[in-house]
Each structure stands twice: as C-alpha cells, then as structure tokens.
Write a protein that binds this ligand. Structure first.
Ligand SMILES: Nc1nc2c(ncn2[C@@H]2O[C@H](COP(=O)(O)OP(=O)(O)OP(=O)(O)O)[C@@H](O)[C@H]2O)c(=O)[nH]1
Ligand SMILES: [Mg+2]
Length: 261
C-alpha cells in the first residue's frame, strides 16, 4: 500500500480529485481504496471504501455545544482512537494505493497536531505523500500566489511528507497562466518580478518579496502541476509524479515516458 493524502483549502476540489484520480489510477490496472476523512461531509462524488463518518460524526460534537469548525476538529482529533481499526481495514483490502480525502479546515494540517497524528497512525510506515491543492482562483495576482504557497509550505512543515503542489481547476485558467506563469514559479526572481509589478505598500512589498524568496530559494516550490479533473492528460502527469515520488523501477520509466512525450 502507498498513501496519497489530498489536502487543500475549502472547496479546492479535494473530494472531486479523490474520486477522479482513483478512477484514473484504476484505469491503468492498479487498485485504489478511497477514504473519506471529512467527518462533516454531506454528499461525496465517490463511494468511500472507508469512511470516518462510520466512526465519528462532527454533528455529535455540535450536539455537545461546539460550533461547526470546533466540532470538526474535535471529531478528527477523537478519530485517533479508531486509527488502528482503520489501518486494519485497509490492510484487509490491501490496495496498491490509498487516497485519503480530508476536510477543508486547513488548520488541522497547517497548524494543529491532531491531523498529522491521525494520518501517521493510519499510514504508519507505508510510503506516503501529500497532494496540496491550490485553487486556480488564487493565481490571478501575486498576493494570491504568495499566500497560497506560504500555506502550502506550512502544511509540508507540519505533515513532514513529500508534497506535490498542484493548481486545481486549471480548466478555469487563462492559457498564459498555464504556460507562462505556473511553470516558472520556482525560477529565481520570477515571482519577485510579479510582486514588483503590483502597486503595493512598501512594507507589504518587502514582506511578499522575502516570503517568495524563502519559497523559491529553499526549493520548496519545485514543479507545480496544473490539474483539472476535466483533462485526463493532467491526471496522467499527476499519477506519474506520484509514482516518481513514491516508487521506483518501472514507475520511474512511466514518468520519464510522459514527461519526454
Ligand atoms: N472547473 C472545475 N471545477 C472543479 C474541478 N474540481 C472540482 N471542481 C468543482 O469545485 C467544487 C468543489 O469541489 P469539491 O471536490 O467538493 O471540493 P473540496 O475541496 O472537497 O471541498 P470541501 O470538502 O468543502 O473543502 C465543486 O463544484 C466541483 O465540481 C475542476 O478540475 N475544474
Ligand atoms: Mg470535500
């Protein structure tokens, strides 16, 4: 088993990608278990093999007086009790990949300890990576880009897993953002030039430049993939990148083939 944890802000497309990526991977002959880890999910676009709602429900914590966000966090924290049982169920299914769909309350994974603890308890020593979704809507100005990449870096620091940063809903982007902006985000001074083109207060300009410098110089940005569930080729590239980061041998050749073609 190899674990793919889908993380991102509310509405960034996590649940949709979980279902579509699982179907896509299965179309190549590998088996996938879909895990819903959102205790407040109402409707899902896929049918989960394991569902946190069978163990804990956010609404039970709301009935005890917590608000919706507090209840969701309490539900995820308390699910640690079932982590072993969930892992056993996954080991019984024994798929090639497990895809975990998470809630949009990002503080669970960017700041708090509960989210990472639960994921570690479930995935144990199995190879695991994070796919972080950055909604296309952030990519129309430098403030959006710097803030979402900073959040992506907080998640990487907190989860301590290899992370693929993707721009989700890329079908909503202008072609030039896909071909001229996203591939160049990790280049020295590209993001700085974008920031310098904007009319910004000097303090905010300086802060944005320092943040972008740290993101670029640390190598964190790396390759950012534009992904749309409406574009199977983009799912191919994501699957290839996942294999490159999680596996070895034949999987690397698949990635090379795709990136060369
Ligand atoms: N255009 C477009 N829309 C998408 C894509 N992926 C998801 N969406 C839409 O984005 C909306 C939110 O998708 P979800 O998958 O529910 O997002 P989520 O991140 O799971 O949302 P929360 O669980 O509430 O945080 C839905 O209306 C989806 O149909 C995409 O690739 N392109
Ligand atoms: Mg969702």
């Amino acid at each position: 088993m190899k674990f793919i944890v889908i993380v991102g802000p509310a509405g960034s497309g996590k649940s949709t990608l979980t279902g579509e990526l699982a179907d896509h991977i299965e179309s190549y002959g590998a088996s996938v278990a879909r895990v819903n880890y959102d205790p407040a999910a109402e409707e899902l676009s896929y049918s989960p093999d394991v569902d946190i709602r069978s163990y804990v429900k956010a609404e039970d914590f709301m009935a005890e007086g917590l608000g919706p966000n507090g209840a969701l966090i309490a539900a995820v924290d308390s699910s640690i009790e079932y982590a072993h049982e969930i892992r056993n169920r996954l080991e019984d299914i024994n798929p090639d990949y497990v895809i975990i769909d998470t809630p949009g309350q990002l503080e669970l994974f960017a700041y708090r300890v509960g989210g990472p603890l639960v994921l570690d308890a479930i995935a144990g020593d199995y190879p695991t990576l994070t796919v972080f979704l950055m909604d296309a809507m952030f990519f129309d100005n430098s403030a959006g880009i710097v803030s979402i990449l900073t959040l992506a870096s907080s998640v990487a620091v907190r989860l301590k897993k290899p992370q693929i940063n993707v721009v989700s809903k890329s079908d909503l982007l202008d072609d030039n953002v896909i071909s001229e902006v996203i591939p160049r985000l990790g280049e020295e001074s590209f993001l700085a030039d974008l920031i310098n083109m904007e009319d910004l207060d000097p303090f905010l300009r300086s802060l944005s430049l320092k943040l972008s410098e740290a993101l670029v110089e640390s190598g964190f940005i790396g390759e950012v993939l534009p992904i749309s569930v409406r574009d199977p080729k983009s799912l191919d590239l994501l699957y290839a990148k996942i294999q490159q980061m999680l596996a070895s041998g034949d999987d690397y050749r698949f990635y090379d083939y795709l990136t060369e073609s």
